[in-house]
Design a binder for this molecule. Structure first.
Ligand SMILES: [Zn+2]
Length: 298
């Protein structure tokens, strides 16, 4: 069973790698952060954490990946004001609903007083924490070894061209990563609510979902998801001999979130649809502008 979110560590000696792994495992286990004012989780939230954990494990099953259990202690619920302060400190954009911090091996959720939104935000962050992740150790020439994330789902930290001994802090494909994660999160919500495992006391969410499915889709990464579906449609149009629907193309992207090597397939699909440099361009400048968005702006 996976005991930390980081799948692979690059750089540094064998001993250093072992230490870093131990460091992450201990944080994953301890979850003791004195600088965070979290509130106790409600019974319904605990129930939801269990449901989302199980459903995301089913997703891993689909791709033949071992389960990764995230217990309630790795999920920290912050009251609205505390969350705003925390996200600000972490340099996250205003209006953030949730975050996953690999350095803390933890998910931080903003209290919204709404179980459907809690569910969706949790499904989003839980998909992030279970995605394929690698870290990089910079130790040569440095006094203290520096650990940074290298790959995070589909998002990749670019190399630092000026200083190869330090992280660049710049990421490629992070828009793509967020779009795929958010589509997955919406589907996880739908699947949990359709499942017979849903406890009776949460039944009311089924009705809410029927009424608010559009709201759930629109409230996070809307522009990215429009661009993403445009891209998927164009890939499908070009590869109708290989795929029977755009959704089958989506599955390739979804699998690549959790599998290191599946990314190569994503790269090939993008290159064969958007040209030889398509993959690099999308990595550096983001997904092409959505046709839908363009037409609404004109
Ligand atoms: Zn996200």
């Amino acid at each position: 069973m996976r005991e930390l979110s980081v799948n692979e560590i690059f750089g540094g000696s064998v001993e250093r790698k072992r230490d870093v792994k131990k460091f992450y495992s201990e944080i994953f286990e301890l979850q003791n952060f004195s600088d965070i004012k979290e509130r106790d989780k409600t019974k319904d939230e605990l129930l939801m954490i269990d449901l989302v954990n199980k459903e995301t494990n089913k997703l891993l099953d689909r791709f033949g990946i071992e389960h990764f259990d995230i217990s309630a202690k790795n999920i920290h619920v912050l009251e609205k004001e505390a969350a705003i302060q925390y996200y600000k400190k972490m340099g996250l954009p205003e209006g953030t609903y949730g975050s996953f911090d690999p350095a803390r091996q933890a998910i931080f959720l903003k209290e919204e007083g709404d179980m459907l939104f809690f569910m969706k935000n949790l499904a989003h962050e839980m998909s992030h924490i279970k995605s394929y992740q690698s870290a990089q150790i910079f130790s040569r020439g440095a006094e203290k070894p520096l650990i940074t994330d290298r790959r995070f789902g589909l998002s990749i930290q670019l190399r630092n061209k000026e200083n190869r001994r330090a992280p660049s802090g710049k990421y490629a494909f992070s828009d793509l990563d967020e779009a795929v994660i958010d589509v997955l999160a919406n589907r996880l919500v739908r699947d949990i609510l359709e499942s017979a495992d849903l406890p009776e006391k949460l039944n009311y969410l089924r009705k809410r979902y029927k009424e608010d499915a559009d709201k759930l889709f629109e409230r996070s990464y809307f522009a990215y998801k429009l661009r993403f579906w445009d891209m998927v449609t164009r890939i499908y149009e070009k590869h109708k001999d290989e795929f029977s629907s755009p959704n089958e193309v989506f599955e390739v992207f979804a699998e690549a979130i959790f599998k290191k090597k599946k990314f190569l397939e994503v790269g090939k699909l993008i290159e064969s649809t958007f040209g030889k440099h398509g993959f690099r361009i999308i990595g550096e400048s983001g997904m092409p502008e959505s046709e839908i968005k363009k037409s609404t702006e004109e």
